[in-house]
Design a binder for this molecule. Structure first.
Ligand code: C2E
Ligand code: CA
Ligand code: CA
Ligand code: CA
Length: 278
């Protein structure tokens, strides 16, 4: 583990001991982080194609850690997922998201919020009741709440997760398969999942401009999704060329840096304001 200033950050390789220590700290500090405002929810808009109308936003967590600075969810979510704390995280994000949706409705904006679920939520048979209670408490119609889940989180324990998904769907919330195209995706399997929406993994969308096979994957997911009567969302839309291609293919919804990066609540509201005024 070489660390010297001449090497700069790039030369620093943490030892196994340091990695374990950091993971241990993240687990033990997460609860307090949640309660003390270190965990923030950012929002990334989703727009309809081709008209670019804003139809909602995905809620994405950020951790401003007092020692490590801004932590990427890819670093702390897997750690938190390994503990029971992910239930608290999902509830926290869902509460924030429902407050946003209610606030938008009060301003005559019919927009939905999407919340990412973890494998633990899908194994939790009491989760749908908590969702139902939260929708009532916030007076939000169920179709304005979307849950994003990966196929691998469903596949981890289908006997437990499928009944949970069915109950969620009965409530009327929208279910989306996230990161589609990675993992065990298969046509037969997608057909059996009780979902409304498929989200093409950003790796394929990002690759479309340079890689013909990525283009072919995106096109076939759009066609597959539509043949199953699913809404098709593309994430990772970074440039006009990708957007134009997706419009040509008939993709329904786009999300990505071209439209906006994920923004803090205040900045998202400002962005929305600037958009609707025009
Ligand atoms: P995800 O659900 O696939 O979310 C999309 C990720 O792509 C986000 O990364 C987003 O910032 C990024 N992204 C959006 N547009 C673009 C683009 O145009 N180009 C590129 N290169 N990237 C783009 P982020 O925010 O770092 O989140 C990473 C992952 O962490 C998420 O992947 C999701 O799996 C997980 N995550 C985030 N928030 C939550 C949460 O509240 N609960 C759970 N269980 N997982 C979460
Ligand atoms: Ca997602
Ligand atoms: Ca995704
Ligand atoms: Ca992901």
């Amino acid at each position: 583990a070489a660390r010297n200033d001449a090497d700069g950050v790039r030369g620093y390789v943490p030892s196994m001991g340091q990695i374990f220590l950091r993971r241990f700290q993240l687990v033990t500090q997460f609860r307090q982080a949640l309660d003390s405002g270190q965990i923030e929810v950012h929002y990334q808009p989703k727009v309809a194609l081709p008209d670019r109308r804003v139809i909602g936003a995905e809620a994405l967590v950020r951790w401003s850690h007092p020692e490590y600075g801004r932590l990427d969810p890819d670093e702390f979510i897997p750690v938190v997922e390994a503990t029971g704390l992910v239930d608290a995280l999902t509830s926290f994000v869902m509460e924030r998201a429902l407050v946003r949706v209610r606030d938008w409705l009060d301003r005559d904006l019919r927009m939905s919020a999407a919340v990412n679920l973890s494998v633990r939520n899908l194994a939790d048979e009491s989760f749908p009741d908590r969702v139902s209670e939260a929708l009532v408490r916030h007076a939000v119609p169920p179709e304005l709440l979307t849950f994003e889940l990966t196929e691998s989180s469903v596949m981890a324990d289908p006997e437990r997760s499928l009944p949970v998904l069915r109950r969620l769907r009965e409530l009327g919330v929208i279910l989306a398969v996230d990161d589609f195209g990675t993992g065990y995706s298969s046509l037969a399997y997608l057909r059996r999942l009780p979902v409304d929406e498929v989200k093409i993994d950003k790796s394929f969308v990002l690759g479309m401009g340079t890689d013909l096979s990525d283009m072919a994957v995106v096109r076939s997911i759009v066609e597959l999704g539509h043949s199953l009567r699913l809404q098709v969302v593309a994430e990772g839309v970074e440039d006009d060329a990708a957007r134009d291609k997706l419009v040509q293919m008939g993709c329904d919804t786009a999300q990505g840096y071209l439209i906006s990066r994920p923004l803090s609540e205040e900045r998202f509201e400002a962005w929305l304001q600037a958009r609707t005024v025009r």
